[in-house]
Design a binder for this molecule. Structure first.
Ligand code: MN
Length: 141
């Protein structure tokens, strides 16, 4: 997975640093944004292999930002994993409705984060090389 690009969109600086340090230590390239607006701009610019999207952000929230990523032809194919602090009932459903490929609850489990991210990235080429990616992606979500 060395060199895979992860974009972390997270307004909590401690969570951002924790996640970022862990990914860097495992050979990932990391970009980060503390607002959805900046995250959307960066996503279109660097086309990361995976976006970690916090739900609770100042201004535009993570679910709305995910919908916007999906609505933009430049970023619609990106793998997006939601991050929620709440683990509220229905969060998983909301994540899927918004177009996330999955979601993680915070605090992030540092023992499984790398494995989880690696698994999500490994799934992406299967989705993208399909004859009818939109249909496959629909099922995958
Ligand atoms: Mn937050």
């Amino acid at each position: 997975m060395t060199g895979k690009k992860i974009l972390i969109i997270e307004d909590n600086v401690l969570n951002l640093e924790l996640t970022s340090d862990l990914l860097l230590a495992h050979g990932f390239t990391v970009a980060s944004a503390q607002t959805a607006e900046e995250g959307l701009r960066l996503a279109a610019e660097i086309l990361p292999d995976l976006v970690l999207m916090d739900w609770g952000l100042p201004g535009m929230d993570g679910l709305t930002a995910t919908k916007q990523l999906r609505a933009n032809p430049v970023t619609c194919h990106l793998t997006v994993v939601g991050l929620t602090a709440h683990a509220m009932k229905g969060d998983d459903e909301n994540a899927l409705i918004a177009g996330c490929d999955g979601y993680l609850t915070k605090p992030v489990d540092t023992r499984t984060l790398i494995e989880t991210i690696t698994r999500f990235i490994a799934l992406t080429p299967l989705l993208q090389t399909s004859q009818n990616p939109s249909e496959i992606k629909h099922y995958a979500r």
